[in-house]
Design a protein around this ligand. Structure first.
Ligand code: PMP
Length: 400
C-alpha cells in the first residue's frame, strides 16, 4: 500500500489552495477553533499564510497525518465529475457500509462526520428535559449538543485508573431512569485512550433498563490491539437499542472531507432520520467506499501509529513521566504541573497539542503524528519541562 506523501496530496488540492493563497487560520484561535459541526468554522477574519499552517506539528486533533491512500484519492478525484450534480451515483456507500458490517442498509445512517450523528442522537433522544448519562472527561460534544436542545448531561467521574465506571453509569441510569434519553460511551475513550472491555460493555447493557438507548462511539476502533476489547455492533444484530458510531476521520484520513455513520436497529435509525442534515459531499461518498476496501493501507497506518506511540511514550517514561496506557492514536502524559500554560508554550514552539480536559488539569493529550512531528514534540517537551512553571497562555479550545 502507499500512504500518500505530502507532495502528491498537494496535487489534489493544490489548484484551489494556490489560487486562494491563504487559509483562514490563526494559531491559538483558528486551529483550536476547528471543532466539529459549527465549531469547524475558523475564527472570522483570522487570515494567515497557508505555509504557517503547514509549518506546525499538528498533534492536537487526533488526525491521521499521512493523508488518504492512493485508492481513496483516485476514487475522490474520479467523483469530481459529479461536483455540479445533486442526483449523482454515490458509489453505493450505504450498501457498502452495511455489507462491511453484515447488517442491512436500514441499519445504517451516514452523516457529515460521526460528530453529526452524535448531534442527531442527542436531538432525537435527549432534547427537552431529557438526560444523557456518561463519564467525564470524554468527547463532550454529545453533552454540549444535548444542552443546546434543552436537555442535560448527568456525568460520572472516571475511576482512579482513568477507566470508565460501569457500576456508576448503571446506578446513574437507574436513578434517573424516567429522564434518561440515552447513555453515551466513547470506546476507546477520548481523551484517555482507555478501552471499555467487552465484558464491561455486556455488564452495562445487561445492567441498565432494557429499553435504554446506549450510544457507543467507536471513533478510534481501528487502533485497538487489546484482545479484551470488541466492537459493540453485534448487539445491534441482537436487536438491542444500541447505536454504534464510526468515522472516516481517523484511520481513513478523511477528517476534512466529513464522513461518519451509525449502525443501529432500524426503528432507532427511523427516529433519528428527521434530524439528519444530508450535507455529505459527492467526493467523500466515493472516497468512503474505496476506504472501506483498502484494509491494507489502514493496517500500515495502524502499525506506524502504534510504533510511534510506543517510541514516544517510552521516551517520556524514561524521563520519569507517567503515561496513561492508550489503545488509540493519542495518549495522555501526566505533567505534574498545570497543562494550560504548557499548551501555549508548545504552540510558541510550533507544536500544536491537545486542549485541556478538566478535571485532568495536569494531563496533556498528544496525538500521534509523523516520526518527524513526534521528534519535534520530544525536543519541545524536554525544553519546556526543564524550565520553571509559567502561568502565561490560554489553552481553551473547541472539542476534538
Ligand atoms: N467521536 C470522538 C470520540 C472523536 O474524538 C471525534 C473527533 N475527534 C468525533 C467523534 C467526531 O469526528 P468526526 O465528526 O470527524 O467523525
Amino acid at each position: 500500500m502507499t500512504v500518500k506523501n505530502a507532495l502528491s496530496r498537494r496535487g489534489f488540492v493544490g489548484g484551489v489552495a494556490t489560487a486562494v493563497g491563504y487559509l483562514t487560520f490563526k494559531p491559538g484561535l483558528g486551529l483550536l477553533a476547528q471543532g466539529v459541526g459549527p465549531a469547524h468554522r475558523l475564527a472570522a477574519g483570522a487570515q494567515q499564510p497557508l505555509n504557517e499552517y503547514d509549518s506546525y506539528a499538528k498533534l492536537s486533533f487526533n488526525e491521521n497525518p499521512y493523508g488518504p491512500p492512493d485508492s481513496v484519492m483516485k476514487a475522490m478525484t474520479h467523483a469530481f465529475k459529479y461536483a455540479n450534480r445533486y442526483g449523482y451515483p454515490d458509489g453505493g456507500i450505504v450498501e457498502e457500509i452495511a455489507t462491511h458490517h453484515g447488517v442491512r442498509p436500514e441499519n445504517v445512517m451516514i452523516a457529515a462526520g460521526s460528530g453529526e450523528i452524535l448531534d442527531v442522537v442527542g436531538s432525537a433522544f435527549a432534547s427537552n428535559g431529557k438526560k444523557v448519562v456518561g463519564v467525564d472527561p470524554t468527547f463532550a460534544q454529545v453533552y454540549q449538543h444535548v444542552t443546546s436542545v434543552k436537555g442535560s448531561a448527568f456525568t460520572v467521574p472516571l475511576l482512579e485508573d482513568y477507566r470508565q465506571d460501569i457500576p456508576g453509569l448503571i446506578q446513574a441510569t437507574k436513578k434517573h431512569y424516567r429522564d434518561v434519553g440515552f447513555v453515551y460511551m466513547c470506546n476507546p475513550n477520548n481523551p484517555t485512550g482507555r478501552v471499555v472491555t467487552k465484558q464491561e460493555i455486556r455488564q452495562l447493557l445487561d445492567g441498565v433498563p432494557e429499553d435504554t438507548v446506549v450510544l457507543i462511539d467507536e471513533a478510534y476502533h481501528h487502533f485497538v490491539d487489546d484482545p479484551n476489547y470488541a466492537t459493540s455492533i453485534p448487539y445491534v444484530l441482537e436487536g438491542r437499542p444500541v447505536i454504534v458510531t464510526r468515522t472516516f476521520s481517523k484511520i481513513a484520513a478523511l477528517a476534512g472531507m466529513r464522513l461518519g455513520y451509525a449502525i443501529a436497529p432500524a426503528d432507532l435509525i427511523r427516529q433519528m432520520s428527521p434530524f439528519e442534515t444530508g450535507t455529505i459531499n459527492a467526493l467523500v461518498k466515493h472516497g468512503g467506499v474505496a476506504a472501506l476496501k483498502d484494509t491494507e493501507s489502514q493496517a500500515t497506518v495502524k502499525r506506524l501509529t502504534l510504533d510511534l506511540r510506543r517510541k514516544t511514550t517510552t521516551q517520556l517514561q524514561g524521563l520519569g513521566y507517567t503515561v496513561i496506557p492508550s489503545e488509540t492514536n493519542f495518549f495522555m502524559v501526566h505533567l505534574r504541573r498545570p497543562v494550560v500554560p504548557v499548551i501555549a508554550e508548545f504552540q510558541q514552539k510550533g507544536v500544536l497539542v491537545g486542549r485541556p480536559f478538566p478535571p485532568m488539569n495536569q494531563h496533556l493529550r498528544v496525538s500521534i503524528g509523523t516520526a518527524d512531528e513526534m521528534d519535534r514534540f520530544m525536543v519541545a517537551f524536554k525544553d519546556i519541562m526543564s524550565r520553571p512553571i509559567t502561568t502565561a497562555g490560554r489553552g481553551e479550545g473547541r472539542l476534538q
